[in-house]
Design a binder for this molecule. Structure first.
Ligand code: OAA
Length: 221
């Protein structure tokens, strides 16, 4: 049972989190998934947020927790049915994000045709950096992302490899989910995802813009 002390460690930041799956062909292929022809979307609740200084907590029900480094897009101006041509006017800035994934649970859900909620939406499943103002990333379609586990490089990719662009995703999502100020869109992960263990240190960065560090802990009840 979660105690008040535990709950106070779960940082709430921003609003809803809309995630795009398999938006990099090399990552879709490394997990033997088809490259999508339309965006694959799933959600994380605001209770998934965790900021630097607080740990990523491994859910008790997984033995295969993976990191996925992603560029997050922070919505500054809400809207419904936003045309692609206007999409970037709705962006306030960015955040470096991790889409922590219980891979064993996701595999079970996939084989049963069930939603990925238990694999993707648990407390602390969305570690985020500080907010990055839009001006600090003038071309979000061409920035390098990387992630190290205990100083070893695991993921290194460039947002130029995305299948669906940021303006396309904003327009596509807003056709059926109204985007609101503070919402975060996770734009998918490049290849190199791998398992993390208790006591690991994850360091991730956006080239020349920022780095962030998170510790991994077991959830204590
Ligand atoms: O779990 C997955 O492989 C799907 C996903 O989130 C991604 O590709 O970013």
């Amino acid at each position: 049972m979660a105690t008040a002390r535990n709950i106070s460690r779960f940082w709430e930041w921003g609003r809803k989190i809309i995630c795009v799956g398999r938006n990099y062909a090399d990552h879709a292929k490394e997990l033997k998934n088809a490259v999508p022809t339309e965006p694959i979307l799933f959600l994380k609740p605001p209770s998934a947020y965790v900021k630097e200084g607080s740990p990523i907590l491994v859910p008790l029900y997984t033995s295969d927790l993976h990191h996925e480094v992603e560029l997050g897009v922070v919505i500054g101006k809400g809207g419904t049915s936003i045309p692609q041509a206007d999409a970037m006017e709705h962006v306030a800035g960015y955040a470096l994000c991790l889409d922590m994934t219980a891979r064993d649970i996701q595999d079970q859900c996939k084989s049963k045709g069930l939603p990925w909620t238990m694999a993707k939406a648990f407390n602390t499943s969305c570690p985020v950096s500080e907010f990055i103002p839009k001006e600090n990333i003038p071309d979000p379609s061409d920035v390098k992302l990387w992630l190290k586990v205990n100083d070893q490089l695991r993921q290194s990719g460039c947002t130029s490899q995305m299948i669906f662009s940021i303006p396309f995703l904003i327009s596509y999502i807003s056709d059926f989910i109204t985007l609101e100020e503070g919402d975060l869109i996770l734009t998918g992960t490049p290849k190199g995802v791998s398992a993390v263990q208790e006591h690991d240190e994850l360091q991730a960065g956006i080239e020349d813009v920022l780095t962030m560090t998170f510790k991994v802990n077991r959830l204590e009840l």
